[in-house]
Design a protein. Sequence first.
Length: 291
Amino acid sequence: MKKISVLLLTLSMLFLIGGPLRAEPESEIKFAVADIVPFEEEGPHGTAFFIEQGDKVLVAIRAHGLTNPLQGVHIHEHGDLSSPTASGAHFNPEGVTRGHPLEDETSQAADLLNLVADDEGRGIMVMEKDNISLSPGPYSIIDRSVIIHAEEDPFIPEDIGGARVAGGIIELIDRDHITGIQTTAAPDITEKRTIEVELKNFEFDPAEIRVKPGAEIEFVLDNPSSAYHTFTVYQAPDDRDQPLVDVSLSAGEQKTVTVTMPEEDTELYLVCLPHEEIEMTGSIIVGNPAE
């Protein structure tokens, strides 16, 4: 199966959310997201995005921590993640036999393409469906769940892809979360050695941090949200060789990390890796870098 690039995921999302590219009124577009977390201590993390316009729903899933080149993923009938089986059966409002969502004559609303992973366990899946909805009614997937399985889904009734290893509850969100609009005011440049940062659902607070060159900063990180986030800092968005900081925080977790800032004036790229596609990003401005 041909791998789908992150570029395709990004372009697919932008095509649907970019106002100038779509003629229909903005009010007709709905968005939903599911933060995917593992059932055990180790396992896949990720995010599932859903964009509805007209009778189609674009589904885009990004995950890391995958253990196989192909892993099945489905929509389940209940939004209960208290155990791997609490999400219930596959969502199947039409009562049809499951099948490949692009190749077979019929498939269930639950059926999604396999996640395609690279050698580092990072995978994506992008497809369009016409038998699910983000609007009220029998086909609505809101408050249901997305479940990742341990193995490849062969799209036959007797094999669904092995054990359930991770899941997320599908929730409606507003357009601002997708387009990455952030309203947090930036603080003045500071010599503070302790800076508190909250990792909320899909935004950092503050999203822009100003420090002096060479300062040793203690970041007190708090994740009050229900999602898994990272506090990751790179020299630049396209410089991913070695992060300056890379801290993972589960829901409700707090951590402290101390970092020595670069000596030169620069702007560092702050990002939550699982939610980069919906622009959970920010910046650490060191000194007064040139515009």
